[in-house]
Design a binder for this molecule. Structure first.
Ligand code: HEC
Length: 166
């Protein structure tokens, strides 16, 4: 009797576990959609701000207020992007994305690049708040190299073929 009773508890626990699991999966599916759409928006926004910054730092008399605003936003995005790639938000989601499966297959390598981005964006902010100077353009370029380095490995590359659906 005692054995059966224990068995019943185990089966009950397993059922509750399964139900809990499927509810969690439902909830996270819409979360994933949300995360992916926000990720797209944030990267797009960051691309615009970074482009503007890259132009501004090369000016003879750069607008430091604007630059400081830009680098502050990039610094916030850099710290935030570690939350933009939860498991399940890759190509397997079935939602359109340029994020490659390698992000989740090589989590340590990907995380190292994310951390490098945080560090270099932090340095950029410090440099920008120190005032204009040669190192501002140099550090902006350095951050740009981290962007490219990550894109080369972890973002699907645009190719002419993609226009034709290959
Ligand atoms: C650690 C990796 C990593 C770093 C660092 C990184 N990106 Fe990206 N970026 C990605 C990935 C992955 C995608 C594709 C996201 C997707 O489609 O879901 C992307 C997408 C983009 C896009 C396309 C947005 C869209 O969907 O239309 C732009 C623009 C962009 N990144 C700009 C930047 C800029 C500018 C920087 C640096 C200031 C940067 N990224 C740093 C990984 C990175």
């Amino acid at each position: 009797m005692k054995r059966n009773y224990q068995h019943g508890i185990l089966i009950g626990a397993a059922l509750v576990g399964m139900m809990g699991g499927s509810f969690a999966a439902l909830a996270s599916e819409s979360d994933i959609k949300q995360v992916m759409s926000e990720r797209h928006e944030s990267f797009e926004h960051m691309g615009e701000v970074f482009e503007e910054l890259s132009r501004e730092v090369k000016q003879k008399s750069p607008d430091m207020v604007r630059i400081q605003q830009d680098v502050s936003r990039i610094d916030v995005w850099a710290k935030d992007q570690v939350n933009w790639f939860p498991i399940g938000s890759g190509p397997e989601s079935g939602i359109k994305t340029d994020a490659k499966a390698e992000i989740w297959e090589q989590p340590a390598e990907f995380r190292a690049l994310q951390d490098e981005f945080i560090v270099e964006a932090g340095v950029l902010k410090t440099v920008a708040f120190n005032g204009p100077g040669d190192d501002l353009a140099a550090q902006t370029e350095k951050v740009g190299e981290v962007c490219s380095q990550c894109h080369e490995t972890y973002r699907k590359q645009f190719s002419l073929f993609s226009i034709f659906g290959f």
